[in-house]
Structure formats: C-alpha cells, structure tokens
Design a protein around this ligand. Structure first.
Ligand SMILES: [Fe+2]
Ligand SMILES: [Fe+2]
Length: 324
C-alpha cells in the first residue's frame, strides 16, 4: 500500500528581529506590538520552532501544510524575512501555505505582504505565474493521489478582533474543486486558518462563514480539514454525504507550555487507500515539557466517511530521538 505523508503545523508567529519604526505603529499594530512585548516571550520561543522543524524534517514527509499566522504585525520586513525561512523548510512544490489573520493584521499592499510567499500559495494551474504574483484562493495542488485545497480566511479586522471570513466566491470555487477531486478519486485535504466547528472559537476569533463551509462539505464531502488559530490541540468532525470527516486543529509551532495551552506540536498524516476507502494514520509530535525533545503523544487511525476512530495516547508511544 502506497502511503503519502502530509505534515501539518501552524501559527509559528515568527519573532520580530528588529523594533518597528514609529510610522509603522500608527494603527492597529501599536496594540499588537505592546501585546507582543508583554506576552510573546512567555508564549512563543524560536528554539521550540527550530526543534519542531528539525523533528519534522527527520520524519521526511512527502508534503508540508502550514496553516497561517506566520508573522505577527504584517510589517513588510516580516514578509520578506519569512520567505527566506520558508525556503529552509522546503521548496514551494513541497510546502503549501495559507495565510492567517496575523498575516493580514493591517491593510498593506499585497505585493508587500502575502504575495512575497506566492510561490508557496500557488495552485498547480498557476505554476507558470511569476513568483511574486498575488495569490488567488482557493488554490489546488495535487500530489500523487492527494489533493491539497488551500482557502484564505485572513481578513483585516478592527483592534482586538481576530475573526476570519472565506467569502462566497472562494466557497463556490472550492465546491467545484472538491467535486472534481471526488470524480477523480483524489484524497481531499482542505486547509483553512480558523477553526470551523461551532463553539471552538470565541466570537471575536471565529470564522464568520464557518456554517457556509460546513454546509458545502456536507454536500461535496471532504476527507480531512486542517486548521490552526486557536493554538490548541483539537479533534472534531464535520458531516459529509457518506458520514463524517476529521477536522483537526494543531497548537502553535513555537508555543512553550503555559497555563492550559499545549506546547509546540505538529501532526503527521499517513494517507493510504484501503480498497474503496481512504485511511489516515495520524501521529502527533509534541514538545516534551521542560525538555528540548519532541515526543509522540498520540497515534490515531481514522477512516474519513465512516468516521471510524482508534486512538492511543501516552508516554509509551514516545519513540523520539534526542534532538536537544
Ligand atoms: Fe495564531
Ligand atoms: Fe490566528
């Protein structure tokens, strides 16, 4: 059985390398900057992110999905620097990125913003487009028998708000893509930054048209939905025409243990066809508290469609190497 391994991580919130100059802070960024100064060191650490990437690369995934919030304040310098960081993770054909609300923190021209990462956000049919072209969402990338559909829920919001919206146009295109993939028997992985299951995000952080997305996948079906934004480890389900499909959120990739939020984590999905059905072998790798090692905290086998699930969790699953 041929297995395709998809790695998923999210919300790295790369640290600022220099203090923003004053003109850049005369807008919503000022509250975000003060928040960063006050809290970031207690929440996010670059060493945790570096260890995560090292551990993830050692697993040699076929493809990597990164579901947004790469930066913090949407400063032009953050976008340029982050493109160089993406290159260290992998070539654009091996890494699929979608933006989060922090990647649209304030309104800036797209060419100074997410267009810098366009080669990581470009669908197969736009592969010929110049690298700095403004990306179009949704995009669709097909790798072997696995399709990766990237949506953007990143919209600029008022201070203290972190809501998202996909919009009718993206949803209509995504619906056609999901139908076409089903006709070709392609595994359908959908990426979106915000959680889609009702109640998983407070009102000020919610995806405003999550109901429309859920109605759409209830019509078309989907095999796996991956998201970030909440910086927590969540497993949920959405309704599909044949049953249900997993909806999985991952903690921030640079998070260190604090209060109720889990430390840095990524998930690996071994995707294989089992006769008529797809099977997913999911492994969650998480930073072990008070160490610089990653460990397996969950193994899960699931069958999209039927919703079958078999989970094992525990320290005994720890098969990590020493990556301190
Ligand atoms: Fe985030
Ligand atoms: Fe977010």
């Amino acid at each position: 059985m041929i297995m395709f391994t998809l790695a998923h991580f999210s919300d790295p919130h790369l640290a600022l390398t220099q203090k923003p100059s004053l003109p850049y802070l005369i807008n919503k960024r000022i509250t975000g900057y003060l928040n960063l100064l006050r809290h970031r060191a207690h929440k996010h650490q670059d060493w945790a992110l570096e260890l995560l990437l090292e551990d993830m690369k050692s697993r040699r995934p076929d493809h990597v999905a990164l579901t947004g919030d790469l930066v913090n304040l949407s400063l032009p310098a953050e976008f340029s620097r982050t493109h160089a960081w993406l290159r260290e993770i992998g070539t654009p054909d091996k890494v699929s990125v979608i933006p989060g609300n922090h990647d649209a923190y304030v309104r800036i021209s797209e060419k100074d913003g997410i267009a810098k990462w366009a080669d990581y956000m470009t669908g197969d049919v736009r592969d010929h487009a110049p690298a700095d072209t403004v990306p179009l969402f949704p995009y669709l990338r097909i790798r072997g028998e696995v399709g990766i559909l990237g949506l953007s829920s990143a919209v600029t919001t008022a201070p203290f708000m972190a809501t998202g919206k996909i919009g009718k146009i993206q949803l209509a295109t995504a619906e056609k893509m999901l139908i076409a993939m089903k006709e070709q028997n392609i595994f359908r992985a959908l990426l979106v930054h915000h959680p889609v299951i009702e109640g998983q995000a407070p009102k000020y952080k919610r995806l405003k048209d999550a109901d429309k997305l859920l109605e759409m996948v209830a019509r078309t079906g989907v095999d796996l939905i991956l998201h970030g934004h909440n910086h927590t480890d969540t497993i949920g389900w959405c309704t599909t025409p044949t049953g249900r499909a997993p909806v999985i959120g991952v903690p921030s990739a640079s998070s260190i243990q604090r209060e109720h939020r889990p430390p840095a984590q990524y998930n690996l999905y071994g995707i294989a066809r089992d006769q008529e059905n797809w099977k997913i072998d999911m492994v969650s790798r998480r930073l072990k508290p008070n160490t610089r090692n990653f460990q397996t905290v969950r193994r899960m086998n699931l069958v999209p469609g039927s919703g079958d699930l078999d989970i094992s969790i525990g320290e005994q699953e720890d098969d990590t190497g020493d990556n301190a």
